[in-house]
Write a protein that binds this ligand. Structure first.
Ligand SMILES: [Fe+2]
Ligand SMILES: [Fe+2]
Length: 314
């Protein structure tokens, strides 16, 4: 779904008429219901102030008056139950394309590319030692890093667009979408594994170093930065393939999929961890393609804004 369609969908989904739930059809063909926020008390309504009803302790309902009128409309799922996620909306969900080629690889040709691949391979050694085959924990920790490059790339291109008075051709949106998608991987795995105190400390330290190193690399050589991410995604595909092998062998329990994953990837109600890892691996393959494509554009001496970004590529 491109940005304009997404915005249109957002308006459609949130435009409930007072007190009536209305069926809406999303651009992707699925139907969702939007219902207006419940009305305020008489006093607040008389003053023309709209409000949001939120859950309060002891089962009471507490009304928060909003002069600003920004309280989002309640959304209903196709089955009539309330949409319970605020971190993503129905128009952010998708069915993963599992037919993607998982074996694609960019053969490094330049010294920079060989160094990028060598660095990524080298980073696997301490990761293997630290996590061994604890793939749930490994996935959760690595997703804290994987969500950084898209945000950095999107930030740099955003500032560049402002400074140069130029369009980004969708690349800002594509990279920020990648960051958000990676963060959803983290939100999913958080439901299955909880970080211990020393793992939280490690994440803080790694984020501090990785953000700055990647930011500097992106400023100096975006083609190398995207190539390195392409190789990181290739490693992620390998890692999730090993995860799946352990699930199939019964080494890791194939527990039911978290509810957040079922709604985000539109999985069937009886989906399991194996289904989740399969769609996450497909996401990583899509990120691999986007980043190698971005690097190829730079290697051809062109800028990203010269070619349309693969927005909505899942
Ligand atoms: Fe990921
Ligand atoms: Fe990824």
């Amino acid at each position: 779904m491109n940005g304009a369609t997404s915005r249109l969908a957002r308006r459609v989904f949130s435009a409930g008429s007072a007190g009536i739930a209305a069926a809406r059809r999303a651009p992707n063909g699925s139907t969702w219901l939007s219902a207006s926020p419940r009305l305020l008390s008489t006093a607040a309504s008389a003053g023309g102030v709209r409000g949001e009803v939120t859950a309060a302790p002891h089962g009471e309902e507490k009304t928060v008056a909003s002069y600003w009128g920004v309280a989002p409309a309640k959304l209903l799922k196709e089955d009539g139950t309330e949409w319970k996620w605020n971190c993503f909306k129905p128009w952010d969900t998708y069915s993963s394309d599992l037919s993607i080629d998982l074996k694609k690889h960019h053969v490094p040709t330049t010294l920079g590319e060989k160094m990028a691949l060598g660095l990524v391979k080298a980073l696997r050694v301490p990761t293997d030692i630290f996590f061994n085959r604890r793939y749930g924990c490994r996935a959760m920790m690595l997703e804290t890093v994987a969500a950084v490059p898209g945000m950095v790339g999107g930030l740099v291109l955003h500032l560049q667009s402002l400074r140069r008075f130029e369009q980004s051709c969708g690349w800002i949106r594509a990279l920020l979408d990648e960051a958000e998608n990676e963060r959803m991987h983290l939100m999913t795995f958080m439901e299955l594994a909880k970080p211990r105190w020393y793992e939280r400390t490690l994440v803080v330290a790694v984020q501090g170093v990785f953000f700055n190193v990647y930011f500097a690399t992106y400023l100096l050589s975006p083609k190398l930065a995207h190539r390195m991410v392409g190789y990181l995604e290739e490693e992620a595909i390998h890692s999730y393939t090993e995860f799946l092998k352990d699930l199939e062998a019964g080494e890791i329990e194939n527990v039911p999929a978290p509810a957040i994953a079922i709604d985000y990837w539109r999985l069937p109600a009886g989906a399991t961890l194996k289904d989740v890892v399969t769609v996450v691996r497909a996401d990583e393959a899509h990120h691999r393609d986007v980043n190698h494509f971005a690097s190829d554009i730079h290697y051809q001496g062109r800028e990203l804004r010269e070619l349309p970004a693969p927005v909505g590529y899942h």
